[in-house]
Design a protein around this ligand. Structure first.
Ligand code: F6P
Length: 537
């Protein structure tokens, strides 16, 4: 059963149509148990969905959708190792990487990979695995893109306070050469390890940056010393070895781990090395606690499920775009990570059986840190024509002075309250009159000082930014995404939508180098002529 065939779907669409007229404030008045019903304390994460335009009837209907689509059953099947990625014939077992007891068929492989990662970390930090002339490795240049980049980058940035001294990680993802040029700038090749992270080991961006870094090593160290400074994480070990990585420095990236769900695997090697001993394990422990909650909590007390239901409800109400605003400098990279997670997983238009969906399975996902975002795009959130639901992420314990914490919390709560309460034109006018403005001017200006309000949001609370709690938060979003896919009946683990552009880039690259004259649309042909010319200049 999927969204299209679930008996409750027609009721839900009717309710969503009517929900635009619901007053969220009135819901608080009319539902004394609202906070209790729509707030859930999960491990490390506290979810408050009470400001969503979701009345009891709609909430019940959404829970029926979860039951009819067997959303939690889909998650359970994934965790158990069923082939849930139907178009690629693969399992999606990222949860096994952080489980106490992974499925028996892969437990040994996970254990071995973990042991090798720990040993590699130890050897690198102790200097047992030293650079070509015996110097200790001081910097890892992590080269990968998409899921092979975003998770490790986010975790290392977020956990700055838990870093191992003496080892730095720089990232290069983009095929814009500026990325790898910047990453290598000022480094001594004798103290640098280049880590190629690519499940397929065919990704153009990664191989282009990798080749550039390998040339840089060769120029600095001589060909005979290059392989000592290379390591790889891949599901295609033979390709990595043929490329020049030593057999012992190739770590596994299994078929049953999707790219955007992979930070718990050896993809996290640079993260694990650059964090204090035990921090990477703590990250996984936090994720495992969230796994346990997502799999075992009752539907009405299940935080990722409630959040997935709210996401579905928002789209049913016609909200095409959702902003995620972490009130935390440490989570600055979360929106970018979430973008890939949500939009690459669920940005699809057909069910697992190939039937057309009645609505989008993912919202346009974007965001930036608060309070900075208040001073850029919040104007549109408050007074723009469209209502954009917001997920606020609020951290209980933050850094800096008491004044920082109070200011940060006050700002986050104020934005959510302002979206909800709004301000009527009458109130705006009365305020201006009270401030001494002439009646005619007050009337005119009040139109601009009116806030429609009644705009829904969710607050996701986290006690602190630490390995365990961060792991739980990231797993919360992973489960929300997979459950959201299950509610719509789609496959969240493939990404065919990225392929066409990759194919065309190959023929266009040929065209730019004058090697083929394949027909393109007139605009593209004109650009090939222009940029091909520039390349030759
Ligand atoms: O192009 C999208 C994508 O396939 C992502 O799903 C993946 O995370 C990324 O590219 C990188 O792929 P790879 O790890 O194979 O280099």
């Amino acid at each position: 059963m999927n969204a299209t065939t679930a008996p409750v779907w027609a009721e839900l669409t009717a309710r969503a149509g009517a929900a635009r007229d619901i007053s969220i404030r009135a819901l608080f008045d009319g539902e004394p148990d609202r906070l209790k019903r729509l707030c859930i304390a999960a491990p490390h994460v506290f979810l408050d969905a009470s400001k969503e335009p979701l009345d009891r009837g709609a909430h019940d209907a959404l829970l029926r959708l979860a039951a009819q689509t067997e959303a939690l059953g889909f998650l359970q099947r994934a965790v158990r190792g069923d082939v849930v990625n139907s178009t690629e014939g693969r399992a999606a077992l990222h949860t096994a990487l952080r489980a106490d007891t992974p499925p028996a068929s892969i437990a040994g492989a996970i254990r071995d990979a973990n042991a090798r990662m720990h040993a590699f970390r130890r050897d690198l930090l102790s200097g047992a695995h030293a650079g070509a002339d015996g110097k200790k490795i001081k910097t890892i240049v992590h080269i990968g893109i998409g899921g092979s980049d975003l998770g490790p980058r986010l975790v290392l940035d977020a956990l700055k306070r838990f870093r191992e001294p003496g080892i730095d990680v720089r990232f290069a993802a983009n095929i814009d050469g500026a990325d790898i040029v910047d990453a290598l700038e000022g480094l001594d090749p004798r103290e640098t390890l280049v880590l190629i992270v690519s499940k397929t080991f065919t990704t153009l961006e990664t191989l282009t940056n990798g080749a550039y870094a390998r040339d840089w090593l060769r120029a600095g160290l001589g060909q005979e010393n290059v392989s000592r400074h290379l390591a790889a994480i891949t599901a295609a070990p033979q390709k990595a070895i043929a490329w020049g990585v030593g057999e012992n420095a190739v770590f596994p990236f299994w078929d049953w781990v999707g790219g955007r769900y992979s930070l718990w695997s050896a993809v996290g090697l640079s993260t694990m090395i650059a964090l204090q001993e035990g921090a990477f394990d703590a990250l996984k422990r936090g994720a495992a606690a969230m796994d346990d909650h997502a799999l075992n909590a009752l539907p009405e007390a299940n935080a990722p499920l409630l959040s997935a239901l709210c996401q579905t409800w928002r789209r049913l109400m016609g909200r095409a775009s959702i902003a995620t605003i972490p009130y935390s400098r440490r989570l600055a990279l979360l929106p970018a990570w979430l973008q890939q997670l949500e939009m690459e997983s669920n940005g699809k238009s057909v069910t697992r059986d190939g039937d057309a969906l009645p609505m989008s399975a993912a919202a346009i996902t974007w965001g930036d840190v608060g309070a900075n975002a208040q001073h850029s795009f919040f104007q549109l959130l408050h007074q723009g024509y469209d209502s954009v639901p917001v997920d606020f992420i609020v951290i209980d314990e933050t850094e800096g002075a008491h004044a920082h914490r109070v200011g940060l919390h006050a700002n986050a709560l104020a934005q959510a309250e302002a979206l909800l309460m709004g301000k009527t034109r009458e109130t705006a006018e009365a305020e201006l009159l009270a401030a001494g403005m002439a009646p005619e001017a007050a009337r005119a200006l009040s139109a601009h000082k009116t806030f429609p309000g009644n705009r829904g949001s969710t607050i996701i609370g986290l006690k602190r930014i630490a390995p365990e709690s961060l792991g739980a938060l990231l797993a919360f979003f992973e489960h929300r995404t997979v459950l959201g896919a299950a509610l719509m009946g789609i496959n969240p683990f493939d990404q065919w939508g990225v392929e066409l552009g990759k194919q065309l880039a190959v023929t266009i690259a040929d065209g730019l180098q004058g090697r083929s004259a394949r027909l393109h649309d007139p605009s593209t042909s004109a650009w090939i002529a222009r940029l091909g010319q520039t390349a030759q200049d």
